[in-house]
Ligand binder design. Structure first.
Ligand SMILES: Cc1cc2nc3c(=O)[nH]c(=O)nc-3n(C[C@H](O)[C@H](O)[C@H](O)COP(=O)(O)OP(=O)(O)OC[C@H]3O[C@@H](n4cnc5c(N)ncnc54)[C@H](O)[C@@H]3O)c2cc1C
Length: 386
């Protein structure tokens, strides 16, 4: 009997999980990987497109290219699932599983911030980021704000990276003196688990004249007056507003009963990533395991969940425990890439160490993308963004 695994979502988590199981089980696996999109895009590639370093077509990696024993990709929208019955309903029909993996990521709730849709530009979706490229091409002067609208968001370094890349773009066009750049973030420091990384980012902000507004969120925008309103009522004028929308649990996950409401990230056993339903796992941004919402953590969690599934199939001892460790690259502009190595779950509190930028780290970030494409798609990738 082939083991039936249904994976909801082909992002970092879904792709890694499918890869580990395919490598271990080959054709004795019957894994269906469902995603509504036709291609995978690395989160950081959005910035590459926004800032004109890559064309949109070069950062889309089509799922039809996946060649893996025991794995079938189906492009479809998941409409509902029952974790008790391990049954999924999609536009392409229903699927029954022995093991069900929820890897649907975090959804962006643009309308939770009144005025964002009309007065600003979100750059966390593919479509949003790709559109911002043209917006930036026409931006010449006035205050620019890069702001977070919710308490939880993907890739904590990304707002800072966006500000650095905006600084570089405007400097190269000779218009930096006609703008002020402000970053608004809900945290007290740019990367809270790593004081060294935060210090390096704050020093780079100071060097470049970028203002950091900490412990604040943008609550709404007034498109007519062109001001962003913070949670405490303060107002910041803007000519350009680049916003990170409120993140929420996908509605289909709330409807399944795995979470109680839009901000109740799916509870899992932190060691195994299994939900309260036996044989049902939640990996990546969709879960509330306590790690940052980032691809490297989704990937690590998927690996542990896959090993857990394998141990169940084989009747073996419990697999390795999830430690919430990962390395994130941090772009400081000027072509510089540093790295923060964080450990969330193995000690009493999260820790993070910082490696300052070197040419080797710049190259390492490039290999990070190409190695994933090779592994997940089973082919040598063509163009790979950094
Ligand atoms: C600007 C930016 C920069 C980033 N930089 C980094 C970085 O440098 N390093 C890093 O590690 N992380 C980075 N991230 C974060 C990273 O992209 C995410 O944390 C990661 O993709 C999460 O993986 P996941 O598998 O949980 O979810 P996702 O990768 O979001 O995958 C979820 C999948 O589910 C699909 N889906 C959702 N709902 C449905 C449905 N109803 N039916 C069918 N399919 C559905 C989606 O199409 C999607 O493909 C960045 C993110 C952004 C926005």
């Amino acid at each position: 009997m082939r083991t039936r695994v249904v994976v909801l979502g082909a992002g970092f988590g879904g792709l890694e999980l499918a890869t580990v199981l395919s490598e271990a089980l080959g054709e004795s696996l019957d894994l269906v990987l469902l995603d509504r999109d036709d291609a995978f895009v690395f989160g950081y590639s959005k910035l590459d497109v926004m800032f004109g370093r890559q064309p949109a077509a070069a950062v889309r990696h089509p799922y039809r290219d996946i060649v893996k024993p025991g794995v079938r990709f189906v492009q479809t929208t998941v409409r509902g699932f029952d974790p008790a019955a391990k049954r999924v309903v999609s536009d392409a029909g229903s699927f029954d599983a022995d093991f069900l993996v929820v890897a649907l990521g975090a959804e962006l709730d643009v309308d939770a911030t009144p005025g964002l849709r009309d007065g600003g530009h979100e750059f966390y979706s593919n479509a949003g980021a790709f559109e911002v490229r043209d917006v930036l091409a026409g931006f010449e002067r006035g205050p620019a704000i890069v702001a977070v609208c919710g308490n939880v968001f993907k890739c904590p370094p990304a707002p800072s990276e966006t500000a650095f890349l905006l600084h570089d773009l405007l400097t190269s066009r000779g218009s930096r003196n006609a703008t002020e750049i402000t970053v608004v973030m809900p945290f007290g420091a740019p990367v809270p688990p790593s004081p060294d990384t935060s210090r390096a980012i704050l020093a780079a902000f100071a060097e470049r004249g970028i203002t950091f507004v900490k412990e604040a969120r943008v609550r709404s925008l007034d498109p007519g007056r062109k001001v962003a309103v913070l949670g405490d009522g303060r107002e910041l004028p803007f000519a350009l507003f680049l916003g990170i929308p409120v993140h929420r649990v996908p509605q289909v996950v709330v409807d399944s009963g795995l979470s109680a409401h839009a901000h109740d990230w799916v509870k899992v056993d932190p060691a195994t990533l299994e939900t309260r339903f036996p044989g049902v796992y939640a990996v990546g941004d969709v879960n509330g395991v306590g790690t940052p919402k980032a691809g490297v953590f989704a990937e690590g969690a998927a690996r542990v969940a896959a090993l857990g599934i394998l141990s169940r199939i084989r009747g073996e001892a419990a697999p390795e425990r999830y430690l919430g460790q990962g390395s994130c690259y941090v772009e400081l502009g000027h072509g510089e890439v540093g790295r923060v190595d964080v450990d969330f779950l193995s000690g009493p509190r999260p820790t993070g160490s910082y490696r300052p930028p070197t040419p080797a780290l710049f190259a390492e970030k490039g290999r990070f993308g190409s190695s994933r494409l090779e592994r997940w798609f089973g082919r040598q990738p063509e163009a790979v963004s950094r």
